[in-house]
Design a protein around this ligand. Structure first.
Ligand SMILES: [Zn+2]
Ligand SMILES: [Zn+2]
Length: 317
């Protein structure tokens, strides 16, 4: 574990793990062990007054591979305190704690214009309600966040309607993995994955200027313009590995009661009180740009360098 779910701090544990590994293992194994347990960029985080979690996870209730228990265990091992599940078009279950991890159900709605993560709704919309899904969510008192809006196959296709959403996934690991499927990118990724899986997943999280521009336009139209970072995890690559790659860090200590915790979590996201962090940059993350996005020059998969997102606040400054 890099950061235990409810107790202690990440830093001492990671240092201890790294020191143990350094003392005990062969040089190659040491590097890999230390890297896989404490992804650079996450090890400095303290959980005081903050909560770490995964946004947009699928379970067997739709097309994911794992149960609630599988997701919760993976989240706990990755040092997370919550996961927002977003199964496709199924009624949400009440908020609950599983293995000490808060699970909050959203609904990923398949609408004619694209996918929407609806948070705070009590049921999934009927097929005939999906055509006006953003209005439907708002009428039901929830928030509507566009899922993977720039995905080449499953992106959002109605620019005008997009502006009334509460925000969008400005970074989507699932979209990034989809974009790796060109021969020029796939071959290095497949070669590198067995040795450095974290680096491959991080490479899939390249900056997505189109998604950030979309959220900027939303804000200009009066939307809160929340920018989320989604794992969109289905269980392969394994949940835990994806949870270690990108996460939400909310500025709140989660209340013990699941229903109360879910309300606080919703509020923190809607207010943009927190940030997204991609593992890898650590202390090398440069100063954020005017949009609040910190982008660093990361090592390439096999050689050279690439641009990678380090952090950004859920709400642009
Ligand atoms: Zn989707
Ligand atoms: Zn999804």
């Amino acid at each position: 574990m890099c950061a235990p779910a409810r107790e202690g701090r990440a830093l001492p544990y990671c240092l201890a793990a790294a020191a143990l590994a350094a003392a005990a293992a062969a040089p190659l194994g040491t590097g890999l062990l230390a890297r896989s347990r404490c992804p650079p960029g996450f090890e400095e985080a303290s959980d005081e007054g903050r909560s770490f979690g995964a946004w947009h996870v699928h379970t067997r209730r739709s097309d994911g591979r794992g149960t609630d228990g599988d997701v919760a265990r993976a989240a706990r091992e990755a040092g997370l305190q919550f996961a927002v599940l977003a199964d496709h078009n199924v009624d949400p279950l009440p908020p609950r704690r599983v293995e000490g991890v808060l699970l909050v159900d959203a609904v990923e709605v398949s609408a004619p214009s694209g996918h929407v993560v609806a948070l705070g709704v009590t049921r999934a919309p009927a097929p005939e309600e999906r055509g006006t899904v953003l209005r439907w969510v708002h009428r039901g008192g929830g928030e509507a966040y566009l899922a993977h809006p720039t995905h080449p196959a499953r992106g959002w296709r109605d620019d005008a309607a997009a502006l009334s959403a509460d925000g969008a996934e400005a970074l989507s690991l699932d979209t990034g993995l989809h974009l790796l499927r060109t021969p020029a990118r796939l071959v290095p990724a497949l070669l590198a994955y067995p040795l450095a899986p974290d680096a491959v997943l991080q490479a899939a999280l390249a900056p997505d200027p189109g998604a950030f521009a979309l959220v900027r336009r939303m804000r200009e139209m009066g939307s809160p313009g929340i920018r989320l970072c989604a794992v969109d995890a289905h269980g392969f690559p394994p949940y835990e590995r994806m949870f270690r790659t990108v996460r939400l860090e909310l500025n709140l200590a989660l209340p013990r009661d699941p229903a109360e915790a879910a309300r606080a979590l919703r509020r923190a996201i809607a207010e943009g009180s927190g940030l997204c962090r991609v593992a890898g940059a650590g202390e090398r993350a440069p100063e954020p740009d005017a949009d609040g996005v910190s982008i660093w020059t990361a090592p390439g998969l096999l050689h050279g360098t690439r641009q990678a997102v380090a952090t950004f606040p859920l709400r642009a400054p």
